[in-house]
Design a protein around this ligand. Structure first.
Ligand code: UD1
Ligand code: UDP
Length: 381
């Protein structure tokens, strides 16, 4: 029987971290020929992930430009994907999550009448502009997709409410699969500044912030709050690997550079990031991926957003929505840094997002879809 040609398409750092273990799983299946196409919507941050996971793309659209707009990303991806699909002739295209690459990848597959599998399907805030443009991207991909790989049961319910009744698989999130390969005991950091941190005598607070809907006043307020938290808690060190977006770089440096107990670093490789998270005390972030990883490592999270499409950790009590207002962020961080009981109540390892078997379930579901194997069992937290 001929092998199935499964083409994974991704372009940003989080998609790469979450698709890398799946590409590897697919490559290990004898019924499948796994093809990897990157848009390089992110360049350096994507290449770092490819290196960590030892992946070499079969096709690279290399689209990134500084301060790129949503329209440029989408149109460049669409044009580039035409050539890739014509040349590689996949039986199924896999896209991940909610970026511009995700949307353009799915739309391009549709134009070529190639079926689409959506990894990390069914996340919703039901606010069209938050996260922006991600909420709309994932809804549009839902309309196009043929197979839905939902991380959680609640994601499945979101799709069912929208009338999707077939081909939904609850798999867990592939980020937990990735985390199982990157976090190691006695990890030695290659970023010198991370080896030198006083993990035993200070509280390490891990910070990231990059979302487009936070650009402008919300990001100004978040960064001022972070500066205040650092200044008023000398027993902490805030470590902030700053996203390469020029908007974020400028704002973070203006507010935080020069504060004695703040360490602004370049983006970390996934290995460095995951092992730093494993050693930190608290995570302050607007990142989707960090919201999923920190609970698995038992680290409390304050989410620097007004809403979240990842309510599972909030429901489990290990994450809280801090919002984007200065006073709220400061008071919630104060509480966790000064009240041991409040901290202990949130510092529990829970696994609402996966058990590390998501990639196996997705590969099995694809084979089932093409009549080549049994349907996988669903992930239950
Ligand atoms: C994108 C995704 C967002 C995701 C985020 C993860 C969209 C619309 N947004 O947002 O959902 O949460 O990635 O990080 O798809 N840059 C570099 N080098 C890099 C990466 C980025 O220089 O390796 C700079 C470039 O100037 C680029 C800018 O960052 O133009 C913004 O990148 P872009 O992909 O447009 O948006 P993100 O905010 O990263
Ligand atoms: N990450 C990383 N290095 C960093 C910051 C984040 O490896 O300096 C990882 C993080 O652990 C997670 C993913 O990147 O796996 C999240 O990416 P990001 O926050 O950029 O995007 P989001 O998840 O919000 O879409």
């Amino acid at each position: 029987m001929e092998k199935l040609r499964i083409m994974s398409v991704f372009g940003t750092r989080p998609e790469a971290i979450k698709m890398a273990p799946l590409v590897k799983e697919l490559s290990g299946r004898e019924e499948i020929e796994s093809i990897c196409c990157v848009t390089a919507q992110h360049r350096e941050m994507l290449d770092s992930v490819l290196e960590v996971f030892g992946l070499t793309p079969d096709w690279d659209l290399d689209i990134m430009t500084p301060r790129q707009t949503l329209s440029t990303i989408t149109s460049k991806c669409l044009t580039g994907m035409d050539e890739a699909i014509d040349a590689l002739k996949p039986d199924l295209i896999l896209v991940h999550g909610d970026t511009s690459t995700t949307f353009a990848g799915a739309l391009s597959a549709f134009y070529h009448k190639v079926p689409v599998g959506h990894v990390e399907a069914g996340l919703r805030t039901y606010d069209k502009y938050s996260p922006y443009p991600e909420e709309m991207n994932r809804k549009l991909v839902t309309a196009i997709a043929d197979l839905y790989f939902c991380p959680t049961e609640s994601n499945r319910r979101n799709l069912e409410r929208e009338g999707i009744t077939e081909n939904i698989f609850v798999t867990g999130n592939t980020v937990i699969d990735a985390l199982k390969t990157t976090v190691v005991k006695d990890y030695h950091f290659t970023t010198e500044i991370l080896n030198d941190l006083p993990y035993d005598s200070k509280k390490i607070v891990l910070v990231t912030c990059h979302r487009r809907e936070n650009y402008g006043q919300p990001m100004e307020d978040i960064m001022s709050a972070l500066a205040h938290i650092a200044r008023t808690h000398p027993d902490t060190i805030l470590v902030y690997p700053v996203h390469l977006s020029p908007v974020v770089q400028e704002c973070a440096k203006r507010h935080l550079e020069g504060i004695e107990n703040v360490r602004l670093t370049a983006p970390l490789s996934a290995g460095e990031m995951h092992n730093l998270m494993a050693r930190c005390c608290l995570v302050l972030t607007d990142s989707g991926g960090l919201q999923e990883e920190a609970p698995a490592l038992g680290k409390p999270v304050l989410v620097l957003r007004r809403e979240t499409e990842r309510p599972e950790a909030v429901e489990a009590g290990t994450a809280k929505l801090a919002g984007v207002a200065y006073d709220d962020i400061v008071s919630m961080a104060d509480q966790l840094l000064t009240d041991p009981a409040a901290y202990a109540a949130m510092a529990r390892a829970v696994n609402p997002y996966g058990d590390g078997q998501a990639c196996r379930r997705i590969a099995d579901a694809i084979l089932w879809h093409f009549g080549r194997g049994p349907r996988p069992e669903d992930f239950r937290s």
